[in-house]
Design a binder for this molecule. Structure first.
Ligand code: GLN
Length: 208
């Protein structure tokens, strides 16, 4: 038994890949489709995929309120790509209403910042929190964070679209919430998963 138990929201998108990464770290990981499956978890990953579809399925299955309670209750949560969009308090480029579905992270995301023109690209990011070696990040129809509240920590940036002299934010942390615009579960590099596992362990030892 691992000391923590993580869940990966499994409504749509790249949830299997996250579970495979966690298994490589010997962390117990379960697919989450029902509200009650959140009950005995120490942390949750909301994967990449398509935020509108994921939101619709979450609504249909009665998961929106339980997920809000989970995130707003301070439980460790990591959103990757579409998952990051769902955690944002504000989103631009939304298909529906423009309202964040789960919220909790005080940032503005542009939902398809890189998506309209470049479907997918890869970039080596400096991420001091992960050490000296750059992280090779895979961006797929990726969002970007265009503004953050003062107390949100920027963990990494990436060159802005069409403007190498400027950057947009690609990864942030605020307390127990982690968000990345790219897909660490589609690489071989376990460092982001290890980072989140450590966040969950720290939160558990504080709580308990
Ligand atoms: N831009 C997509 C969305 O709106 C997210 C893409 C992804 O998760 N790879 O949901």
């Amino acid at each position: 038994m691992s000391e923590i138990r993580l869940g990966v929201l499994a409504l749509q998108g790249a949830f299997r890949e996250h579970i495979a990464m966690l298994k490589r770290l010997n962390v117990e990981a379960a697919e989450v489709r029902l509200a009650r499956e959140l009950d005995d978890l120490d942390g949750l990953i909301i994967p990449g995929g398509e935020s509108t579809s994921m939101g619709l399925v979450a609504e249909r299955w009665g998961l929106v309120e339980p997920l809000r309670r989970w995130v707003h209750g301070g439980k460790p949560t990591w959103g990757t790509c579409a998952g990051m969009i769902l955690l944002a308090e504000r989103a631009t480029g939304q298909k529906l209403g423009g309202q964040a579905l789960i919220g909790g992270l005080d940032v503005t995301v542009n939902r398809n910042y890189f998506g309209r023109q470049v479907d997918s690209f890869e970039a080596d990011l400096d991420v001091p929190a992960l050490g000296d070696r750059p992280f090779h990040a895979v961006f797929i129809r990726a969002p970007a964070i265009t503004s953050v509240a003062e107390d949100v920590e920027t963990l990494s940036t990436v060159a802005a679209l069409h403007d190498e002299d400027h950057s947009v934010i690609a990864a942030v942390r605020k307390g127990p919430i982690l968000a990345t615009a790219f897909h660490p579960e589609l690489t071989d590099d376990l460092r982001w998963h290890r980072y989140f596992v450590q966040m969950v362990k720290d939160s558990k030892s504080c709580a308990g």
